[in-house]
Design a binder for this molecule. Structure first.
Ligand SMILES: C[S@@+](CC[C@H](N)C(=O)[O-])C[C@H]1O[C@@H](n2cnc3c(N)ncnc32)[C@H](O)[C@@H]1O
Length: 219
């Protein structure tokens, strides 16, 4: 099935509310645990989360690593407003800096020690910009952990995944999940981006029926 683009930035009020209210606690904790397991040397310094959404992952990471300083970036103003409320409630405003900006325009005074990103890449019309940005936003040797959805082969399969994993979710969330599956990349497409960008120290894995994960280091 051909890729079908969805809107890049999630800035619809209802869409943001549905996403922020959804319970991704298990998936998000697994994301954090896997990142920490993969990179036991990374417990302090600076980390950048690209497309942070409501900041649940940066909050979990900040709690797990009290010496880590996090920049959480999202291009959506309503999403960053949700993130701000969550970070303030967690009393982590001194350790999580929220930035409302597209990563394509974002510049840092010095590159960070690690980059993570969950469910951003499928939003992008041009994924090469993402894989290229890692090179100048992170230090050489910096850990990278990126997860996203995997595009199914047919729309029927996409509907079946929505029914299987979001059966009781609000209609807005189910619609967004479906559109995201159709906008997602295949394993081969992601592998082609890594090869094209010379990310020779990054590997793609497909851990289940709807996700891919890229783990490795910037060089
Ligand atoms: C599906 S959400 C994932 C949020 C979060 N990472 C999580 O796991 O819950 C994707 C987010 O990426 C943001 N986004 C899309 N394109 C972006 C860009 N070019 N720069 C920064 N953020 C972007 C969207 O606004 C949205 O909040």
């Amino acid at each position: 099935m051909e890729r079908r683009l969805e809107a890049e930035v999630m800035d619809g009020e209802e869409q943001v509310r549905a996403y922020a209210q959804a319970d991704f606690s298990q998936e998000n904790q697994e994301f954090v645990d896997q990142f920490l397991d993969n990179f036991p040397d990374l417990r302090e310094g600076s980390l950048l989360d690209l497309g942070c959404g409501p900041a649940d992952i940066p909050i979990r990471l900040a709690r797990a690593c009290p010496s880590l300083s996090i920049i959480a970036l999202d291009a959506s103003a309503p999403m960053i407003a949700m993130a701000r409320a969550a970070v303030d409630e967690a009393k982590l405003g001194d350790r999580i800096r929220l930035v409302c900006e597209k990563f394509q325009d974002f510049q840092l005074p010095e590159p960070v020690d690690a980059i993570i990103s969950n469910s951003l890449v499928h939003h992008l019309p041009n994924p090469y910009k993402f894989w290229y940005a890692l090179k100048h936003l992170a230090k050489p040797g910096a850990p990278v952990f990126v997860m996203d959805l995997l595009r199914p082969e047919t729309t029927e399969e996409a509907h079946a995944l929505v029914d299987q994993y979001a059966a009781n979710e609000p209609e807005q969330l189910r619609r967004d999940f479906y559109n995201s599956l159709l906008a997602a990349f295949t394993e081969d497409e992601v592998a082609a981006c890594l090869a094209e960008m010379n990310h020779s120290r990054m590997l793609i894995d497909v851990p289940d029926d709807r996700h891919w994960i890229v783990t490795g280091r910037v060089f």
